[in-house]
Write a protein that binds this ligand. Structure first.
Ligand code: GAP
Length: 451
């Protein structure tokens, strides 16, 4: 567990809805199972994560380029990638309560070739506890289908991409020709992926529509172990240095042979201690030359120096965006006593400044003093040119602080009568709750220094 905090998940879901991070999708129509919309603060947090990732892994590197590909690709992509044949979950239904489960969700079920139909007798339904009343496992392809154009037949059948990765392989040749990169180099993409999950759940942890940030890093075969280790470290640094996750909440799982995806020769899952248990946050896979070989049968890559024709091998670091948001929220959520307020307790999102939706909030000490409101508005308008900043003149200062703490705003700037005379303001730090006076003219560089 992340921390000893009863109902942490419920509290986070409630905070997300109340403060506009994440809403249930289509709520006025009763919602749509496990679909969620990011609200005004959620989209800022999510964009901050995506932008930091893009900057770090694409823009600041010489060996990486980005793409933004179509969500619907030629169905041959999914034939060649093996997804049509292999991208299945095995599902079972309890005949008594009709609940459907992935087989790995049923306690004591032996997944894989050791499955024995007689074992079904001993399995207990996790929902209604009925024993021995399951259907045999059946395979269910997770890709969403739709039709291209007005005629709905097999010829027009297409799929929403179940991973962003394939576009990096399919566009490999175009990227090579236009960017003139040589291996080792990577292609990165951030975008939506779709999976018709049998049992979505746990808020934004497992949904049917989600976002991925993926890198396909192309290398020589004999260097795959070196690059695997390199990306393992890069992923660790991202989680700890950029997302600010507590190291203790992150675990690495070497995925065993019979549980790896069909394309992978080695996979590490990075797991995080979510409030509902230790679950996969990200993955790192050695995809060999599986994908390029299948897509470019007749056209291997030609090494610029040696002229040798080879299929580059691939190490793939993959990062779920929505799971990043959830892990960041779980790690940042703190309930604590406010020493300044005689035992009152507050909820704080201790987000890194770079991730926080608002970097600062500006308050006039009193809402009914036009001269204070005017200066506060001027400061707000000025800072807004460079930072996401909030303005609040409702209620008393204490309530405004708590309101900003709950959404993770690291700095609250209060304009008081001293500000009119001396040109300075009070800045209150979210985490320490300490206050300091800073010149209005220095606010911009103060905030810049914290980013
Ligand atoms: N290209 C490799 C790939 O797609 P994956 O482990 O199936 O690998 C990568 O997915 C990441 O995408 C996961 O580690 C997770 O962060 C995220 N992800 C996968 N399925 C998801 C779902 N149903 N809802 C939210 N995120 C999901």
């Amino acid at each position: 567990m992340v921390k000893e905090n009863d109902n942490l998940m419920e509290k986070i879901v409630s905070l997300c809805k109340r403060r506009g991070f994440v809403f249930p999708g289509s709520e006025i129509y009763g919602g749509l199972a496990n679909s969620f919309d990011y609200g005004p603060l959620g989209v800022e947090l999510k964009n901050n994560i995506k932008n930091l990732w893009w900057k770090r892994f694409v823009q600041q590197r010489d060996d990486m380029v980005g793409i933004d590909a179509a969500l619907i690709m030629n169905p041959k992509v999914w034939e060649k990638s093996g997804h049509l044949k292999e991208f299945h979950d095995s599902l079972m239904q309890c005949r008594k309560c009709n609940s459907i489960f992935r087989d790995d969700e049923i306690p004591d079920f032996v997944v894989g070739p050791n499955f024995n139909v007689n074992d079904l007798k001993n399995l207990k339904c996790p929902k209604c506890s009925q024993k021995g009343n399951f259907t045999s496992p059946t395979l269910f392809n997770l890709m969403f289908e739709t039709n291209l154009g007005p005629v709905k037949d097999n010829k027009s059948k297409v799929y929403f991409r179940p991973e962003t990765a394939q576009a990096m392989f399919v566009d490999f040749k175009n990227v090579l020709e236009t960017s003139r990169k040589k291996i080792p180099f990577g292609i990165a993409q951030i975008g939506k992926a779709f999976r018709n999950e049998i049992t979505p759940g746990n808020f934004i942890f497992r949904t049917r529509e989600f976002e991925q940030m993926e890198i396909e890093y192309f290398i020589k075969e004999n260097e795959w172990e070196k690059w695997f280790e390199y990306w393992q470290k890069e992923m660790q640094n991202w989680m700890i240095d950029v997302l600010g996750l507590n190291k203790k909440h992150i675990h690495e799982l070497e995925v065993p042979d019979d549980e790896r995806a069909h394309y992978s020769k080695r996979t590490i899952d990075f797991e995080y201690d979510f409030p509902f248990g230790k679950e996969e946050l990200y993955g790192l896979a050695y995809r060999t030359d599986f994908d390029l070989k299948n897509h470019y049968k007749e056209e291997p890559y030609q090494d610029a120096e040696t002229g040798e024709k080879i299929y580059p091998h691939v190490v793939e670091p993959t990062f779920g965006v929505d799971r990043s948001v959830l892990a960041v929220l779980c790690d940042a959520y703190v309930e604590e006593k406010d020493p300044a307020e005689d035992g009152a307790s507050r909820v704080v999102l201790k987000l890194k400044t770079s991730l926080a939706p608002y970097k600062a909030a500006v308050f006039p000490l009193l809402a009914n003093k036009p001269e204070l409101v005017k200066l506060a508005r001027e400061i707000y308008d000025d800072l807004r040119k460079d930072f996401m900043v909030a303005f609040d003149d409702r209620g008393n200062i204490g309530k405004r602080y708590y309101s900003q703490d709950e959404i993770g705003t690291p700095y609250c700037i209060t304009v008081d009568f001293g500000s009119l005379e001396n040109g300075d303001v009070t800045i209150r730090n979210r985490d320490t709750m300490k206050q300091e006076r800073v010149k209005v003219s220095e606010l911009n560089s103060f905030l810049n220094g914290k980013l």
